[in-house]
Design a protein around this ligand. Structure first.
Ligand code: AMP
Length: 224
């Protein structure tokens, strides 16, 4: 089963994708995380990627596609994967469909997590992330603070604020997202594989509820 997580930054794609990955036993592939791992290597490629990410710009299609396809060639993705953050452009979506088609595979569902912009900005500036790639727990200083300030509850790693999690960059990322998402949403709607979950910060819809909702939809005969 191949699942695409759509939704603006800060809508919880990573958290929902992570939980879905555990429950369905398929890898969770986050394009943003792949790029951040290249940045950590401090080589030429990492420096190039950092230039785009730190300004809230998208990594150019050609490079993004190359690095994601490389990850999708790995053996653990043979039976499925959750793609979080990719595709982000219509061109990436078309190339991805072609990639799967050549392997006799297809995308089963594109999940769109939808949340108003003001609530996204509020969530993101208060977001803290565990940089341990084995853990990746995400916190929010308002509604999900760690038990000990600045320390991950799960693995004890010092939490970080991502370089692009500040108000100015978030606004730029949202602008880019809205410019591109419309086409992407239409693209998957047309294929009849779009599933939208409407969120708001005041609702008591937990990550677990969202995951259960998606799983119930996936169990419907029509999409198997
Ligand atoms: P994310 O962790 O998904 O919020 O991604 C962080 C940043 O990585 C984005 O703001 C982009 O600069 C870059 N990025 C992630 N996924 C893509 C993609 N599919 N295409 C281009 N750039 C991306």
């Amino acid at each position: 089963m191949y699942i695409i997580m759509l939704g603006a930054p800060g809508t919880g794609k990573g958290t929902v994708g992570g939980l879905l990955s555990k429950e369905l036993n398929i890898p969770h592939i986050s394009s943003g995380e792949i790029f951040r791992n290249y940045i950590k290597k401090h080589n030429e490629l990492g420096k190039e990627i950092e230039k785009y990410i730190s300004e809230g710009k998208l990594v150019p299609d050609e490079l993004a596609i190359k690095l994601i396809e490389k990850r999708l060639e790995e053996k653990d993705t043979e039976n499925g994967a959750i793609l979080d953050g990719f595709p982000r452009t219509k061109n990436q979506a078309t190339v991805l469909d072609e990639f799967f088609k050549n392997k006799n595979k297809k995308i089963n569902i594109a999940v769109d997590l939808s949340l108003p912009d003001e609530e996204i900005i509020d969530r993101i500036v208060k977001r803290r992330t565990c940089p341990n790639t084995e853990c990746r727990e995400i916190y929010n200083m308002d509604f999900k603070p760690p038990k000990v300030e600045g320390i991950c509850d799960k693995c004890g790693t010092k939490l970080i604020q991502r370089i692009d999690d500040n108000e100015e960059t978030v606004k730029q990322r949202l602008k880019t997202y809205h410019e591109l998402s419309e086409g992407l949403i239409k693209y998957y709607k047309k294929q009849d594989i779009l599933y939208t979950v409407k969120l708001n910060n005041k609702s008591d819809l937990t990550t677990k509820d969202v995951v259960e909702e998606i799983k119930a939809y996936l169990n419907k005969d029509s999409i198997k």
